[in-house]
Ligand binder design. Structure first.
Ligand code: GUN
Ligand code: ZN
Length: 477
């Protein structure tokens, strides 16, 4: 190996060093990642002891990346690692490996994970004045109709994926439109950048609630979803999610066929909306409960086999008695979308729901930001309005390892354990003069002060670099 290294002087730091057929690079800097759920993440009596055991904070760290995977993650201050570092230095020419050294003012954390986002709604972000059902009819459905044009879908998909990366989001569960090619476009855009994403074609077939321009029959929706699953699910880092929009826009036949797809293709995800808005819940009651004796909104999905460990339910603001327990018992997932819940006036997510596996979702364009940092801020305010505290540790957990667990991807992403895919972001906690001024003013600055500054004041400017499979895709490096 040393010979190879000698023949490859660091004359081109943009490229990884090729050793045999492998490319190798080192990242040095200050790192934070989670190993456990800080589970006091929403509590009025935060147990800082439990919390501090949930993460690993490495002031001088070294990450060795081979072919996009984390090979070693070493703490220079850890006596157990020092020997390893010395060995590597001596025997493998560590010093000759292309290295990016981030300053100690920066913090490297796992890539952010967005558990619920609509890519076709990128352009209607910040649409004024309506609550959910009116907002869907006035802004969302007309915009989604534009995706009948495949070239347009491709253009928006590429912008959308770049916007995720600008904000430090490396993995997302994405909703397309009813148009099959809308999902082809977003998978292709993610695949081109080697990203790990989940995506699915929206299913809508209930006349009276679905505009003609977005209608397709239950049978056609089933067939097209099937083709998309066969084409994309499990290909490289891509996974498919069966995506009935919500109970209001699907007939029972469509929900039945969604459940059938889940059975026919074990391992695919299911994503939908649940109990976001009171008028929505009332409408579901009038459509389903009277006619066929369903016990409630969640029961409608349950009836068709749509609950399970790969099922993501966005919002869950207005759950009824027993529904939370049913989500927990089926190991289903809640995507907590605080920015959207506030922006659309849907309500405050009740935090006792954290007993269910949960991640954060931006829900763009109902949510008014792509930034998981700003989403953490809205989550914090949502907790405050209920006299609860959401610590910055809890928020960063939800946006990283918590999100990975929610999406059943924690064996692949979510922290820096060796073997995982090297998706991470480099944050500058003092990127604005105000943030710098605030940090300078804090005596005995602690890690939580820095993190919370990013929660309350951070946005995409805080994200200095976004790495996907070990490569910086935000800036040239
Ligand atoms: N419920 C059904 N469709 C949607 C949507 O597109 N956005 C949100 N926020 N809720 C929904
Ligand atoms: Zn949504």
């Amino acid at each position: 190996m040393n010979d190879v290294l000698k023949n490859n002087p660091k004359n081109n730091p943009k490229n990884d060093l090729k050793i045999g057929n492998s490319s190798v690079r080192l990242i040095r800097g200050r790192f934070l990642h989670f190993l456990e759920d800080p589970f006091s993440k929403v509590d009025s009596s935060v147990d800082s002891n439990l919390e501090s055991k949930s993460y690993q904070y490495v002031k001088h760290g070294i990450m060795l990346i081979v072919d996009g995977f984390i090979q070693e993650f070493l703490d220079c201050a850890d006596p157990k690692h020092q020997q390893r570092i010395a060995d590597l230095n001596e025997f493998k020419g560590f010093k000759d490996i292309p290295t990016t050294h981030y300053p100690s003012s920066h913090l490297i954390v796992p890539g952010f994970i967005d558990t619920h986002i609509h890519y076709p709604q990128t352009e209607i972000i910040a649409s004024y004045g309506e609550q959910l059902l009116e907002w869907l009819n006035k802004y969302t459905f007309p915009t989604e109709s534009k995706f009948a044009d495949a070239a347009y879908a491709e253009q928006v998909a590429n912008f959308f994926i770049e916007e995720l990366l600008r904000n430090g989001t490396t993995t997302a569960a994405i909703l397309g439109t009813v148009h099959k090619h809308s999902v082809d476009a977003v998978f292709a855009a993610a695949q081109q950048r080697k990203m790990r994403v989940i995506a699915g074609k929206v299913l809508m077939d209930r006349t009276g609630f679905t505009p003609d321009s977005l209608y397709e029959s239950a049978a056609q929706g089933y067939e097209e979803s099937k083709k998309l699953i066969q084409k994309w699910h499990g290909k490289e880092r891509l996974s498919y999610a069966v995506t009935p929009r919500f109970a209001i826009t699907s007939t029972e036949e469509q929900l039945r066929l969604s459940g059938k797809l889940m059975q026919e293709f074990p391992g695919v995800y299911m994503q939908t909306h649940l109990a976001e808005n009171l008028k929505e819940v009332e409408t579901v009651d009038s459509l389903y409960l009277r006619s066929a004796g369903y016990a409630g909104y969640l029961d409608v999905y349950d009836h068709f086999g749509l609950l399970g460990d790969k099922s993501i339910f966005a919002h869950c603001v207005h759950l009824r008695e027993g529904e939370l327990e049913r989500l927990a018992a089926s190991n289903s997932v809640i995507s907590f979308c605080p920015s959207s819940n506030l922006f659309l006036g849907s309500g405050l997510f009740p935090f006792q729901q954290s007993v269910v596996r949960m991640g954060l979702g931006t829900d763009v364009g109902g949510g008014s930001t792509f930034s998981l940092l700003k989403t953490m801020h809205d989550a914090y305010k949502t907790a405050q309005l209920q006299h609860k505290k959401l610590s910055a540790f809890g928020s960063f957990y939800l946006a990283t390892l918590g999100g990975a667990r929610a999406l059943s991807l924690d064996h692949l992403i979510g922290n820096f354990l060796p073997g995982k895919e090297a998706d991470f972001v480099v944050l500058n906690p003092a990127v604005t003069p105000l943030q710098q001024f605030r940090l300078d003013a804090i005596k005995n600055l602690e890690l939580h002060d820095e993190l919370f500054g990013m929660v309350a004041l951070g946005d995409e400017r805080s994200v200095v670099a976004t790495y996907v499979m070990g490569k910086n895709v935000k800036h040239d490096d």
